[in-house]
Write a protein that binds this ligand. Structure first.
Ligand code: CO
Length: 141
């Protein structure tokens, strides 16, 4: 598996409107993409930062992953996302090593990406996401 770059940092927010206001005030930064991901019970807003991105996440359901995170830890950095060239191979290789995964197989994320999360117990407490973009051709299978 090769990590190509840090694709984005995910930040749990109490509200996307508030996050947008804050990013505009601090950095004159505007979201270039917003999307609801019903499977994850979140609305997302993406802010381009050079070759990377900040992803703000607003919960649409207190029982969803972001809703639970906010209740437990409050707003703040939620995850770091690494871009990979072949998400299926990356997940297979981690599972083969016995790594505890939140996702046993890649699933749909925002932007038409395929994503999978590694359990934070495996990473020293940081939730890590692997993502393969829709424009990224898999090297295998
Ligand atoms: Co993400």
């Amino acid at each position: 598996m090769q990590l190509l770059r840090i694709n984005h940092l995910g930040i749990a927010a109490t509200g996307l409107d508030e996050a947008m206001t804050r990013m505009a005030r601090l950095f004159d930064l505007t979201a270039n993409h917003t999307e609801e991901v019903p499977e994850q019970k979140v609305k997302t807003a993406f802010f381009p930062v050079g070759e990377s991105t900040l992803e703000f996440l607003e919960s649409t359901d207190p029982d969803g992953p972001i809703g639970k995170f906010l209740a437990k830890r409050g707003p703040g950095i939620h995850h770091i996302c690494f871009e990979v060239d072949d998400i299926a191979a990356a997940v297979a290789s981690l599972l083969a090593k016995g790594v505890r995964m939140i996702d046993q197989a890649p699933r749909n994320g925002a932007h038409g990406c395929r994503v999978a999360f590694i359990h934070p117990a495996e990473t020293g407490g940081v939730l890590m996401e692997l993502s393969q973009g829709p424009g990224t051709a898999p090297s295998r299978g």
